[in-house]
Design a protein around this ligand. Structure first.
Ligand code: BGC
Length: 773
């Protein structure tokens, strides 16, 4: 029987090759026929096996055949595996599936390749601050090249959850607060992983299947506490949260991951409206849906039934693959016998899994991603690293840059001379550089900031280092914040001893680079915080460093917006470097020492304090708005103790040069249904250095049938200008750009007045008005 199947596979593949010429995968009809034939041969248990995605854990090469999952593979109880790194091991397990299971159906191997593989790019929040879609696509392309060289066919990325709450640690994995930008980035990532030509996605062995997550609304967890309840109106969902997932679907994403949270009171994993009506019915999604890690089993804790009940609910809602819960594998057959799920539902899910494998070309060549010669050539090579360095430098956001007292020039960029002291608990730790969700990273292979700067400045400047403080005074908090092998090696000396050593180093220096902020595991999954300042001992260190009177540059490591009012007031220069990836140290050097002019702009507002959260630029006006520039007024929407503005607004970021915007001119004051208006500004680099500016376009719908935000991003361009150069920047405004979901959830552009605003951040804007007829 098996032999017959294999011959059929080969014949079919050969037939497809000859009819289509180049494409090994064949037409949709070929695929349907192939899968029909295959499914006729499958038992119910084998079909359910395709829906099962266990995690492998660590498997040593050569032992795959005797590992725990091996038996399951041979019994056809597994559709795919994830969490395994190394092409040799993956090849061994694939061989087991192909040669030892009854029908020889290949496995799909997945991994969290989130911001790079061994060449690590900035955390996604940092990447989004480049506002450079080409660079973002390229980062995903390189991640796909490296992962596919190592056996991976499927990545659990892009994560596109919109969030307006920096208490939530997973903001580090997303693209910030804005759906328009988030949607554009989601599409760039899908193109990078699967291929930029929509007709030829997944045809090559360096293209891998993407998985958009976490569907849906995961970033709106109450109080920013991870996995917490989500509840919002449908109108808000459609206008503010759902678009990036839909954008990924439009770009052809092959799979979707269900989120942990509930939506409308039903966990996403069991929510049929979400998984079937909206995703497939309205958006036309054709791929498969996988749960998040133990997403099915967690519904027992959510309180909607036992494992059998919740597994049946997940399948009936439209889930195809069960990650880790073992709910499908252990209960679906029983539910089928008891009439709780139908054979059609199991067949449907099985078909979708087989289709994914077919689209990946695994039936043609199960070892498509197992070329053992590729890793040496394709992983962590010179070109990839150079690209990662360039992209990292463009993700950093210069938050402040002022001269020292009595000087004319701002502190940055620094000169490559004299003595530079790197001081702080994040200044000399390799494992901290790649940032959260870098599971394939080689933690020891990337230089720390101190090591990188020393290498870059060799022969030009002396570089010193002192730790200065631990991450925080509370040792148990530090332990929680440095898990997963990313310890900062807590120093057992007292705070005073550490500080004394740092000050002795500081007096020898001409300039101090204070490497402070969060450790990489203080953001990411299960890393919510209720206070968002720089931790206590680090702040004390910073104060002491400033008191020396030496120039201090705060080089801020963080996975989320922090509250930095004190730092903004007292520190002359602040460069936010997020977690920049494997090449971060060099990229930081490039920017600090002026080889690269910073061009990153924030994609998430930085609050003044935690009480302002959620804070975001696209807020509603309310019936009692506070006049712009004002603080407190009784009976207005505001606080007694802080104003309504963020510390740093969405879109904000400085450069070593300055840009000037002309007024906005419009090609017409009226817009009709089938026309467009051109909005133009002249942008001038009126500073001394070449540099790039992110020109942002916002729209305000002045009167709607529902209330509308004060402004919404609807366009952006990253423009490079030489010092002194001017350029006209144009945007086309069409009625489509003005649509929103009204009370009836119709996607409409309503006639009336609109303001178009253009500028370098969401607060400093030039504006013009037009009317939609
Ligand atoms: C996370 C996902 C991730 C999955 C697999 C979960 O805990 O929420 O983002 O893809 O684990 O590692």
């Amino acid at each position: 029987m098996k032999k017959l199947f294999k011959n059929t596979t080969c014949l079919l593949a050969a037939a497809m090759l000859s009819t289509s010429g180049i494409q090994a995968q064949g037409t949709p009809r070929d695929m349907d026929r192939f899968i029909d034939d295959l499914m006729k041969k499958m038992t119910v248990e084998e079909k359910i096996g395709q829906l099962n995605l266990p995690v492998t854990g660590e498997i040593v090469t050569g032992q795959a055949k005797s590992s725990g999952v091996a038996n399951q593979i041979v019994q056809s109880r597994v559709g795919g595996l994830f969490g395994l790194k190394g092409v040799d091991r993956i090849r061994e397990l694939q061989q087991l599936a192909v040669e030892k299971s009854r029908l020889g159906i290949p496995l799909i191997f997945g991994l969290d390749v989130i911001h790079g593989y061994e060449t690590v790019f900035p955390i996604p929040l940092g990447l989004s601050c480049t506002w450079d879609l080409e660079a973002i696509e390229q980062s995903a392309r390189i991640a796909a090249t490296e992962a596919s060289a190592d056996g991976i066919a499927w990545t659990f990325s892009p994560m596109v959850d919109i969030s307006r709450d920096p208490r939530w640690g997973r903001v580090s994995e997303g693209n910030g607060e804005d759906p328009f930008l988030g949607g554009a980035i989601a599409q760039a990532m899908v193109r990078g992983y699967q291929g930029s030509n929509p007709d030829q996605q997944l045809t090559r062995n360096d293209q891998i299947m993407a998985c958009v997550k976490h569907y849906a609304l995961y970033g709106a967890a109450e109080a920013g506490r991870d996995y917490n309840t989500v509840d919002m109106s449908r109108q808000r969902m459609f206008n503010e949260y759902l678009y990036p997932y839909q954008a990924a679907v439009d770009a052809g994403v092959g799979s979707v991951m269900a989120s942990f949270n509930e939506v409308d009171g039903v966990p996403a994993t069991a929510n049929r409206w979400l998984m079937t009506d909206l995703l497939r019915g309205q958006w036309g999604f054709q791929g498969f849906v996988v749960t998040d890690y133990t997403g099915i089993a967690e519904m027992v804790q959510h309180g909607i039934g036992d494992l059998q009940t919740v597994s049946a609910r997940a399948l009936n809602a439209g889930i195809d693959m069960d990650m880790v819960s073992d709910g499908f594998a252990s209960t679906l057959k029983k539910s089928l016998d008891e009439g709780k799920v139908s054979m059609e539902a199991i067949d449907q899910a099985c078909r979708r899994m087989l289709e994914a494998k077919y689209k990946l070309g695994l039936f043609d060549d199960p070892y498509k991603y197992c070329d053992t010669k590729r890793p040496a050539r394709d992983i962590f090579n010179k070109e990839h690293r150079a690209t990662a360095r360039r992209i990292a430098a463009s993700s950093f956001v210069l938050l402040k840059n002022q001269p020292m007292q009595g000087k004319a020039e701002p502190i940055l960029p620094l000169k490559k001379q004299g003595t530079v002291a790197v001081i702080g608990p994040l200044g000399n730790t390799r494992s901290n550089m790649p940032g959260t969700w870098s599971v394939a990273a080689r933690l020891d292979a990337y230089p720390s900031l101190y090591e990188g700067l020393k290498e870059m400045l060799a022969g030009k400047a002396e570089v010193l280092w002192a730790k200065g403080s631990n991450l925080m005074s509370d040792a148990s908090y530090e332990e929680r914040a440095t898990m997963f092998g990313r310890s900062l090696n807590r120093d057992q000396r007292t705070d005073q001893q550490l500080l004394d050593e740092a000050l002795a180093t500081a007096v020898r220096a001409d300039v101090i680079i204070a490497a402070l902020g969060e450790s990489s595991e203080m953001s990411g999954e299960s890393s919510s915080r209720s206070e968002l300042g720089i931790p206590d001992t680090q702040r004390a260190l910073l104060e002491a460093l400033l008191a020396t009177g030496k120039p201090v540059v705060l080089t801020l490591f963080t996975g989320r917006p922090l509250t930095l009012c004190w730092e903004q007031e007292h520190v002359p220069a602040i460069l936010n470097v997020w977690f920049g990836g494997s090449e971060a140290a060099y990229a930081i050097g490039d920017v600090l020492f002026g080889d690269v002019n910073p061009s990153g702009k924030l994609t998430m507002s930085f609050p003044k304090n935690v009480g302002q959260i959620p804070i975001y630029y696209a807020h509603k006006n309310t019936g009692r708005p506070l006049a712009e520039g004002h603080w407190f007024e009784k009976f207005r929407s505001n606080y007694l103790d802080v104003d309504n503005e963020p510390l740093y607004p969405f879109g904000y970021g400085l450069s070593y040069t300055t840009f000037q915007y002309s007024d906005v001119s419009l090609s017409s004051q009226t817009l009709t249904a089938d026309s467009s208006i051109t909005a133009t500004v002249t942008l001038t680099n009126n500073g001394q250095r070449d540099g790039a500016e992110v020109v942002q376009l916002y729209i305000h719908d002045l009167v709607g049938s529902s209330t509308r935000p004060v402004r919404e991003l609807r366009g952006f361009q990253k423009v490079f200008l030489k010092a002194g150069e001017s350029r006209q920047i144009t945007f086309q405004i069409t009625p489509d750009l003005l649509r929103y979901y009204n009370y009836e959830l119709q996607h409409v552009a309503e006639p009336g007045d609109f303001d178009v605003m253009i500028g370098g951040n969401s607060q400093q804007l030039k504006s013009a008005r037009f009317t939609l007829k």
